[in-house]
Design a binder for this molecule. Structure first.
Ligand code: MN
Length: 510
């Protein structure tokens, strides 16, 4: 990609002085990378320029775009962070530094099993970078996407290695940030390199099936459209085809039978308001027979990454099984762009808003885990003990949502116990936890919570943390708070016992 193209793409979205800065950054990177070439034979600078272009397309703020242009200069050239800071400011330098750290961490992550201490160290660098500014990861995703799209120039062995890492680390990362479109792009590219035979086979299967069902689906679509019009519900209906990689994953789950996959092709209905979503669902269920176990309300209970939509699978009049996904335009925008949407150049706030402050986060509730991640990162930086297991859970594990009786939403890892919830709400509440009620029923301390549970902590003033609780918490956050409280109790205990000894001594003297 050329400098001029990037400037043309960027111009409509940024202020004049920002475009000028971009111009300078490109010149700086071009000079720094002079003489370096990509495996494709292109000058190296075409890579950071492409990355920056992707960031513009994702609607990122100007600092991210500048960091995209400069992201490989510190690692691969003589340029220094100090130079970048003095030329482009502290924020841009901070982002470039983060990206560099993530690259260094990445190289250690593959050998997870063999070199635990080293991996832990590298992972911590990754986490610290993530914790301080999520834009670092977004830039890294753009970087990875471009490397994947130019993978054909690398030797076979490297292709497989990068592809596997993309599926194991970067795909889930995009998913965790709600960036659905990017996740699919990464997965489709990577899977094609990892298992080309299976990829082509599945591609063929999908093509054949689609050919057969497109016409029938067209009829269903027309039927729905007609009824919606009659009911005065404005809607856009599109077909969406399942991606090859998620088909592969689902096939593995259902034992390889493609007839068990109902959402190979789905109809997506976009409407203006949330009420319209439920109205459309009503219309569809009155038209066709729904499969009861496949009605999902991700609007009332969003997926942990923030995804919202209604899903339902129905049997149509011509006996086709069709999945519908119903959501507002806004929900759709989020499903596609995720966290990147909140950095949009059209709603640029002070760039400091993007940096996560310790303890307080401006992120929406479903992204609370990023704040929790930051806590882990700080702990690692202070050389405190965190098991690699925990890191994996915190980073890539599945999350659930639970609610307080007041309806406040809390995000926990799957398998979390009631005390984890209590510590998340407030450590003082957890401290006096006496029992738990979940959805109105008494709930034992050792029974995991589930998505959508309403959890009430019953407190007693005289209740206090016990050693046994160590086995009744699973999150890093809860474990740390508990450890602190036990320590404090220990000190108080030893003070009391010291006081006792002194008192006894004085008593004896008397
Ligand atoms: Mn790069």
């Amino acid at each position: 990609m050329q400098k001029k193209t990037l400037l043309d793409v960027a111009r409509p979205h940024y202020e004049e002085n920002q475009v000028l800065e971009l111009d300078h950054a490109i010149d700086f990177a071009t000079k720094a990378h002079a003489g370096q070439k990509r495996m494709s034979g292109e000058p190296f600078v075409s890579h950071p320029i492409s990355v920056a272009n992707t960031l513009v397309e994702w609607g990122m703020d100007i600092d991210s775009v500048l960091a995209g242009v400069l992201h490989d200069t510190v690692e691969d050239t003589d340029a220094t962070l100090e130079e970048i800071e003095s030329l482009f400011g502290h924020d841009v330098a901070f982002l470039v530094d983060g990206v560099t750290k993530v690259s260094q961490a990445r190289s250690g992550m593959q050998d997870l099993a063999n070199y635990l201490p080293q991996t832990k160290d590298n992972l911590s660098k990754l986490l610290i970078a993530v914790g301080q500014d999520v834009r670092v990861i977004i830039i890294k995703l753009a970087d990875r996407l471009h490397n994947l799209s130019t993978l054909q120039h690398l030797p076979k062995e490297k292709q497989v290695k990068i592809a596997r890492e993309s599926l194991e680390v970067f795909g889930p990362m995009a998913d965790r940030l709600g960036m659905g479109r990017v996740r699919i792009q990464i997965e489709e590219l990577a899977y094609g390199y990892l298992d080309p035979t299976e990829y082509k086979k599945l591609q063929g299967v999908v093509r054949k099936r689609l050919g057969r069902s497109t016409r029938k689906l067209g009829i269903v679509r027309a039927e729905v459209e007609a009824v919606l019009q009659k009911q005065n519900i404005e809607a856009d209906i599109n077909g969406r085809v399942k991606s090859i990689y998620s088909l592969h994953r689902k096939l593995k789950k259902v034992g390889g039978n493609i007839d068990d996959i109902y959402d190979l092709m789905a109809l997506r209905i976009l409407v203006k308001t949330q009420e319209d979503c439920y109205r459309v669902l009503g219309v569809i269920h009155s038209l066709y027979q729904p499969m009861v176990s496949r009605i999902k309300d991700y609007i009332a209970v969003p997926k942990p990454n923030g995804y919202q939509s209604l899903h339902t699978t129905v049997i149509t009049l011509n006996e086709q099984i069709v999945e519908f996904q119903i959501r507002t335009y806004e929900m759709h925008e989020y499903a596609e762009r995720g966290l990147a949407a909140s950095f949009h150049y059209h709603e640029q706030k002070d760039s400091k808003d993007y940096r996560l402050k310790r303890g307080t986060s401006t992120l929406p509730a479903h992204l609370q885990w990023i704040t929790q991640l930051q806590a882990v990162a700080l702990q690692l930086r202070d050389n405190e003990d965190v098991s690699t297991d925990q890191l994996n859970i915190d980073l890539f594990g599945n999350r659930i949502f639970v609610y307080s009786p007041k309806g406040d939403i809390y995000n926990l890892p799957e398998g979390a116990l009631p005390l984890d919830f209590a510590y998340l709400v407030h450590s003082d509440i957890a401290k006096h936890a006496y029992s738990f009620r979940v959805n109105g029923n008494i709930h034992p301390f050792d029974k995991p919570l589930h998505n959508g549970d309403v959890v009430e902590v019953v407190t007693r003033k005289l209740s206090s943390p016990k050693q046994a609780w160590k086995d009744l918490v699973t999150t890093t956050h809860a474990r740390n708070k508990l450890r602190g409280q036990l320590k404090q109790l220990g000190i108080i205990e030893s003070i009391t016992s010291a006081a006792n000894i002194i008192r006894q001594k004085t008593l004896r003297k008397k």
